[in-house]
Design a protein around this ligand. Sequence first.
Ligand SMILES: NC(=O)c1ccc[n+]([C@@H]2O[C@H](COP(=O)([O-])OP(=O)(O)OC[C@H]3O[C@@H](n4cnc5c(N)ncnc54)[C@H](O)[C@@H]3O)[C@@H](O)[C@H]2O)c1
Length: 257
Amino acid sequence: MTDLSAQNRTARVIVITGAAQGLGRAYVMRFAKEGYRVVAIDLQTDALNQVALEVKALGATCLPLTVDVSDVSSVEQAAIAIEREWGSCDVLVNNAAIFSTITMRPFEDIPVDEWVRVLSVNITGTFLMTRALVPLMRRNKWGRVINVSSAAFLMGRPNYLHYTTSKAAVVGMTRSLARELGPDGITVNALLPGATDTEVPRGTVTPEQKRQQIAMRCIQREEGPRDLEGVVSFLASDDSAFITGQSLVVDGGYCFL
Ligand SMILES: NC(=O)c1ccc[n+]([C@@H]2O[C@H](COP(=O)([O-])OP(=O)(O)OC[C@H]3O[C@@H](n4cnc5c(N)ncnc54)[C@H](O)[C@@H]3O)[C@@H](O)[C@H]2O)c1
């Protein structure tokens, strides 16, 4: 069992999926520094444990859980573990996705099993995690669900149709869930990042495409995790209490909703 200080027993609990690397990892570190109790969820156990060690080195609290967000029983076991360990869940960041491993290709070349897997993780994973953790939020009549979509869907970026389709679905889910959960004091919003550099290399944006995207931004520079962390922090906070069902584009002013 995790050793909880008196302060940690009252701190809000945030669950972040896709927490082993990239943006999810950055959100974990941000919320740990803000004093939340962080549940870090991912498939990659070794990397997750490393993240948890780094959080503990900050003097903060982290519960790493190896979970496949697209698997019903894996998600339900995670919800049981969170309730057992900390008894509550205040904020859920549905960040896990099949993203950096995607190979860009014309839509008719996407293997059907890859299509199904991307939709299963990116859409069904968001549904399952929300379904499993909303009961804990309902108890307190307070909660925040932050669903990570992508500005790539607004741009209609070609050559990863399963990915853009999944990120469009996340916006639809966000709107309907906001209506279902508003009476329980739970807000549901979508975050739409632009192409963001992390420590993880990927082939979804070529150097030339990156230059073109930056040229199209109002703020013409690279986007990094720090451009997103504060926005997620705001959406998780009391200050965003009257914002729900919204899609927040954070891309330096490339796409306008
Ligand atoms: N980085 C960008 O440019 C960018 C832009 C727009 C949106 N996004 C979105 O932001 C989120 C994070 O992006 P990133 O760059 O950190 O991606 P990433 O690919 O580096 O990280 C995704 C994480 O999700 C985990 N994951 C994948 N399948 C999982 C599963 N079934 N169960 C649990 N965990 C699983 C992976 O192990 C990985 O740690 C994603 O939703 C992505 O679509 C990223």
